[in-house]
Design a protein around this ligand. Structure first.
Ligand code: IMP
Ligand code: MG
Length: 176
């Protein structure tokens, strides 16, 4: 008998163990690259909250953190415009600034952030994303630090949401 599913199906993509390994690798690279300096993480909410929480606990550096919220997605589609929903509070001048993002897709969000943050004259400005979706990318920027690349469909779990749901899954899944 034909049965229409009411719940989205979840196909496992990156396991909790694979994510933990990438988080440790990135933290090791950051610890080496920023040795002797203080790193300021600017975490992009909401999707980046679990990634950032795991990442900072593996950084062997003096670290400060702040949070920013931007929104460009409605459901599983980009709205094409980026809105700043929560201004961050720290003075960024002369900071070694690292933007921590969940996913790089079209690149619009990160491009917008890079442009507006560069105006605040940090000493350095780099990007760290957990998942970089593969082109087509609307803007050209590639992340400085990246966990996974992905050329499939919409991802959920480990902070990533589908209309605010499923952020709490400990691994990453594709909606199918
Ligand atoms: P971009 O501006 O197109 O690069 O979109 C990036 C933002 O869209 C990310 O910060 C995510 O919050 C969200 N996003 C893009 N793709 C996905 C996805 O597959 N799952 C969940 N969120 C996504
Ligand atoms: Mg998001």
């Amino acid at each position: 008998m034909d049965k229409t599913p009411t719940e989205p199906l979840l196909r496992p993509v990156f396991s909790a163990e694979q994510i933990a390994a990438q988080v440790r690798r990135i933290a090791g690279e950051l610890t080496a690259d920023y040795a002797g300096r203080e790193l300021h993480l600017l975490v992009v909410l909401k999707g980046g909250f679990i990634f950032a929480a795991d990442l900072v606990r593996h950084l062997d550096l003096p670290v400060t953190m702040d949070f920013i919220r931007i929104a460009s997605y409605q459901g599983t589609h980009s709205s094409g415009t980026v809105n700043l929903a929560l201004p961050h509070e720290t003075d960024l001048r002369d900071k070694e600034l690292l933007i921590v993002e969940d996913i790089l897709d079209s690149g619009l969000s990160l491009d917008y952030l890079m442009k507006s943050l560069a105006m605040q004259q940090p000493r350095s400005l780099k990007t760290c994303v957990l998942v970089a979706k593969q082109p087509p990318r609307t803007v050209s920027s590639e992340p400085d630090y990246c966990g996974f690349s992905w050329d499939g469909g919409f991802l959920v779990g480990y902070g990533l949401d589908n209309d605010e749901q499923l952020r709490n899954l400990p691994a990453i899944y594709e909606l199918v």
